[in-house]
Design a protein around this ligand. Sequence first.
Ligand code: FAD
Ligand code: DHB
Length: 391
Amino acid sequence: MRVQVAIVGAGPAGLLLGQLLARAGIDTVILEQRSPEYVLSRIRAGLLEQGTVDTLEEAGVAQRLHREGLVHHGVEICFDGTRHRIDFQGLVGKTVTVYGQTEVTLDLMDARKALSAPSVYEAESVSVHDFDGKSPRVRYQKDGTTHEVACDFIAGCDGFHGVTRQSVPAATLNSYERVYPFGWLGVLSDTPPVSDELIYTNHERGFALCTMRSMTRSRYYVQCPLTEKVEDWPDERFWDELRSRLDAKANAELVTGPSIEKSIAPLRSFVAEPLRFGRLFLAGDAAHIVPPTGAKGLNLAVSDVRYLAHGLIAYYGNGDSTRLDRYSERCLRRIWLAERFSWWMTSLLHRFPDTDAFGRRMQGAELAYLFRSPTAQKSLAENYTGLPFDD
Ligand code: FAD
Ligand code: DHB
């Protein structure tokens, strides 16, 4: 088999890249180690920046998003039982859209099927070869047979634990990492959300987030120790812990019910530099991780892919490789700004093992400053709703 671009990974990054390229007449194959059902069962991000919505429109997959997505004009932040609203619309004239990553993924899978573009699910032992030379290839096994795909370029969209970044010679890759000493325990339930907007809470017992997927489906998170397992958290314990961290109004309005999904995610900041190695490009979680507090993970994956797709389209359209040559630099500029914002939100809102009385007062003072400073709120709103693209 020969294609122009071989894409490893069918998460949002790989599927979106495939869709943008297919619409430009560039042929691709997507190799994914899991089944479509498994990919769709992973409950992850839920909040899309306007730039992400625009890119999904460009990919022709935003019809259901516009019908079912919930547009939010602000968020609330709660400290010591008092909530403050950050008015995105008023501060920066922008909004964000609640639409689950699973829905984005499903829309992209359907679009790919409609174009009859090839995807190989349950591809085993995927490996990448000769991306530094002239004839890059990707090998995989399926049903006991080894297959090889020859291509012009390889896109590594295979997430943090994927094979593409790990195939790059260590001496050519710099990585920067911080692992946080806690995780997020998330619960999905078919109950109405506690409020129309998201509530981020810094409580003495730890962080909590009230978010949603629709007006009948809620998503809640509480910070928890990394030593805990999902089995340690029967629904009642989760709801009790969440209640203990929420303000009185939220507590009065919280509707609880059986969980339909429950998982613990570790928190990490990670950046690999550069993002290009010859004819191999890394995009999304394969190249970087942010802690989820700033809701940036999925949005960053989309912004990488947008730069990469535009670079490849220019290359195949008129032989212009300037955008591809600038891919790493342009992505990294946005990545580090998102890393900073996600790290800042995480530091501001969580209880760390060394958060003593002084540390907690400092978090309170930082938030008090935010709530009285239109400039600080504007900065939060700009970063949360997404920085503009430089193209
Ligand atoms: P992924 O979605 O990880 O997709 C990579 C794909 O590659 C996967 O389908 C994987 O199966 C496949 N793959 C991996 N290795 C191979 C291989 N060797 N061969 C072939 N295929 C391979 N972000 C938020 O903003 N908010 C959140 O609440 C949030 N929660 C998260 C919870 C968890 C548990 C995780 C892991 C991430 C979460 N994120 C969240 C981050 C967000 O979901 C990611 O940033 C986003 O999924 C990145 O998309 P991606 O396509 O780059 O990577
Ligand atoms: C969601 C997750 C986040 O990490 C976040 O900051 C906002 C929303 C969500 O799952 O909806």
